[in-house]
Structures are given as structure tokens and as C-alpha cells.
Design a protein around this ligand. Structure first.
Ligand code: PMP
Length: 422
């Protein structure tokens, strides 16, 4: 493709560093310019229309032209376009949003901490695992277990939790005290001849062995996405979470649920925790929280964690953590309106109603010879392609991990890396 001088494409190549993009290839082929959105569609700068099958990194749950969200943002911008929450300041939309989220929480939660991205919410959770254990006089209990193929973000701590090689390679990650255990994806990680029933105990034994090897008094927390989406839409087998939670309880290890993708209806319940019977101490969320019309994330913490913060900040004199834009009134107002719309339109019920047809269609496609496995839950499903034969080898470049069909624009010749759709 020839790139016209001074076109948006040329200016992009000259000035923009793209996330999750092969920079060398990008210099040659340039970007795809998305010019506008309407309903479930996005349009490029030449007017080509695409179905955004995974709603843009699982974000635009209400599509691309929801006027009520535009109005909510505009109203709030006119009234109070920004304020921070440091030093005890607050604003009405963030208070109301926190109240709503606590009411929606799948298990009893005490407080909401606002940030701007999933990574920041997860980094905050990591810091709170450490802060909490210092506060309760267990300063050795700091290691955190995540899972191979997990995706928890890209900041230093959250990228360390992420269990995908390209997020570590040459970034000198993971940092110390982050450990990775077995991934509960049977299709890929089951052994030849192993049944799913035999696979589950092995998945549970693996962190158990790790905890015993390292010493339970050194393990502070376990991180889990209810469904591991970016790692390939991995739906854990039934009983997996029940068994994992028994191990964590036995060793007094905190559980953090990363609901950044699963939250707000994706699995057919408000939170993935409800779908899988997970009872976490902290929950991170973002994306569909505001239908992504404004960047906002949140970390909910339970009373136990909060009490530790109260005592530790009394000792230190402050809780020394916070983002300038955390609790920003505009994204908070948009998130509130988003939650109102979810309720009024019964979005979670809608997911439950359309999921069977969606899953049926997926299963039919799953019979195609190039598909190794079709799997999913609610409005989140994937096809894992196999490169030929019967192997479970990951197919590159167009393999696992799309929830629904991705918009694959004609000109977008850079593949989304397999198992890396988020
Ligand atoms: N957690 C999960 C489960 C995610 O899927 C993602 C992003 N796709 C993140 C965390 C990181 O969120 P962000 O890109 O907003 O930092």
C-alpha cells in the first residue's frame, strides 16, 4: 500500500507509537484510521463499515452511538469538569457510583478505589496486598500467585501478573515475588489421555505445591480473571474455583478477582464471580463499567482490607497512594449512566437470552475442520483454530481469543497476536 504524504497514515507513522503493534511492520503498512462509530459498527476514513464484533477490546457494551452517555458527560463537564479526590475531597458522581458498585458487588464489599485503567486497578490491588500484610504484622506474606496465560495489564506489577511471554520479554519482567501457576485451560493444557475430571485436581495441586514449596506464610494473594480472556478465552472446568478457594482459605491467602472484562454482564451475570461462585477480597473492573465512553476503573475492597488501611494510614499519617484522575467526576457520571442503562434495558438478562443462540452458532462453527475447539460463556466465546492435524498447538497468527468475531478490516494486515485479544 502506498501511503500518501501528509495523510493521517503518514502523520501517524511519523509521530505515534502504537500499543501491541509490530513497530517495524507499522512503518511499512501504516495504521487503519477509524473515523466514526454507529451502533455496532465502526467506519474507516474511506467510509468502509465494519461490525465491531468484540466491541473494541470488550469495551463498547452499548455500541458506539449511545446519546445518553454523551449527554451525561456533557452535563457533568458543564457543572464540574474535573476535580481530584486527594486529601479527603470528593464529588457527587463518584460517591454515587461507589454506592452503586457496592450494592452490585457479588460478595460483601466495603469501599471503592477509583483509577483510570485495568492495569492501575490491579497495580493498586498488588500494593494493597503488601500494605495489608504489613498492617496486620505479616510482612513475610507478600508473594502473589497468578496463572500462566493470565492477563492483568501492562504496568510494572500488573504486567508481572500477566502470564504471557511477550509482556515480559525484554521488559525485565516479572518483578520479584510474582509467581505463575497452572492455567485451567483443558484444551491446551490437558495432558494426552487426561480427562477433564483428572485435569482439575492437577490444576489445583499445582498452586498447592507451589504454596507448600514457597511456604504458605510467604504467599499473600492469588489473582484470577473468572474467564481468562486475553489468554485465549479460557473457561475453567466446573469445580475449579471451588477447589482453588478451599486451598486459599486453608492458607489464609487473599483472592483478587479481575473483572476488567468479565464484569457487567459479559458472562450472563453482573460479575463473572457470580457465574463461577468466586468470593474475592478485592475486585478490579474497568471497560464496560463506563461502556468505555470515558476511561475509568475501580477496585472494590472488603472490610478486612479496608480496616487494615485505616490502621496503617493512622500510623503513617496518610494512605500514600492515588491517581490524579481517580474519581474524576466526568467518567464517574458516564459510568453511573451506563449502569442505569444496563438496569433499564436488562442488559444482563439480554445476554442470558441471546447466549444460547450465540453458543449454538459457535458450536456449529466448531465442527469446521480448522477449528480445534469452540468454547465460551454468555457473550464471550472463542474459536481456537488448529494449524492442521489434531494437535493443540496454538495457531498463529489468527488463533484463539476473540470473544465473538473480531472486526478484521480489509487493510489491517497486522494480525492480532494469537491469544492476545484484550
Ligand atoms: N485485566 C484484564 C482481565 C484485562 O483484559 C485487561 C485489558 N484487556 C486489563 C486487566 C488491563 O486493562 P487496561 O488495558 O485498561 O490497563
Amino acid at each position: 500500500m502506498t501511503i500518501r504524504a501528509n495523510s493521517i497514515q503518514a502523520r501517524d507513522i511519523a509521530h505515534v507509537l502504537h500499543p501491541y503493534t509490530n513497530a517495524s511492520l507499522h512503518e511499512k503498512i501504516g495504521p487503519l484510521v477509524i473515523a466514526r462509530g454507529e451502533g455496532i459498527y465502526v467506519f474507516d476514513d474511506e467510509g468502509n463499515r465494519y461490525i465491531e464484533g468484540s466491541s473494541g477490546l470488550f469495551c463498547a457494551s452499548l455500541g458506539f452511538s449511545e446519546e445518553r452517555l454523551v449527554e451525561a458527560a456533557t452535563r457533568q463537564m458543564r457543572k464540574l469538569p474535573f476535580y481530584h479526590s486527594f486529601g479527603g475531597k470528593t464529588n457527587e458522581p463518584s460517591v454515587e457510583l461507589a454506592e452503586r458498585l457496592i450494592a452490585l458487588a457479588p460478595t460483601p464489599m466495603s469501599k471503592v478505589f477509583f483509577a483510570n485503567s485495568g492495569s492501575e486497578a490491579n497495580d493498586t490491588a498488588v500494593k494493597l496486598v503488601w500494605y495489608y500484610h504489613n498492617a496486620i504484622g505479616k510482612p513475610q506474606k507478600k508473594k502473589i500467585i497468578s496463572r500462566i496465560r493470565a492477563y492483568h495489564g501492562v504496568t510494572v506489577a500488573s504486567a508481572s501478573l500477566t502470564g504471557l511471554p511477550n509482556n515480559h520479554r525484554d521488559f525485565d519482567l516479572p518483578i520479584a515475588r510474582i509467581l505463575h501457576t497452572e492455567c485451567p485451560g483443558f484444551y491446551r493444557f490437558g495432558l494426552p489421555g487426561e480427562s477433564e475430571e483428572a485435569f482439575v485436581p492437577r490444576c489445583v495441586r499445582s498452586p498447592e505445591d507451589l504454596i507448600e514449596r514457597e511456604g504458605a506464610d510467604t504467599i499473600g494473594a492469588f489473582f484470577a480473571e473468572p474467564i481468562m480472556v486475553s489468554g485465549g478465552c479460557i473457561v475453567p472446568p466446573p469445580t475449579y474455583y471451588e477447589k482453588i478457594q478451599a486451598v486459599l482459605k486453608k492458607h489464609d491467602i487473599l483472592l483478587i478477582a479481575d473483572e476488567v472484562i468479565c464484569g457487567f454482564g459479559r458472562t450472563g451475570a453482573m460479575f463473572g464471580c457470580e457465574t463461577f461462585g468466586i468470593e474475592p477480597d478485592m475486585i478490579s473492573m474497568a471497560k464496560q463499567l463506563s461502556a468505555a465512553y470515558q476511561p475509568i476503573s475501580a477496585l472494590m475492597i472488603n472490610e478486612k482490607i479496608y480496616r487494615a488501611i485505616v490502621s496503617e494510614s493512622a500510623t503513617i499519617g496518610t494512605f500514600g497512594h492515588g491517581f490524579t484522575y481517580g474519581g474524576h467526576p466526568v467518567p464517574a457520571a458516564v459510568a453511573l449512566e451506563t449502569l442505569r442503562i444496563y438496569e433499564e434495558r436488562d442488559i444482563v438478562g439480554h445476554v442470558r437470552r441471546v447466549a444460547p443462540a450465540f453458543e449454538d452458532g459457535l458450536k456449529k462453527l466448531g465442527q469446521h475442520p480448522i477449528v480445534g475447539e469452540a468454547r465460551g460463556k454468555g457473550q464471550g466465546d472463542t474459536q481456537e483454530f488448529r494449524p492442521g492435524g489434531r494437535g493443540r498447538r496454538l495457531c498463529r497468527p489468527a488463533g484463539a481469543g476473540a470473544w465473538g468475531a473480531h472486526a478484521v478490516p480489509r487493510r489491517q494486515r497486522q494480525p492480532m497476536p494469537a491469544a492476545h485479544h484484550h
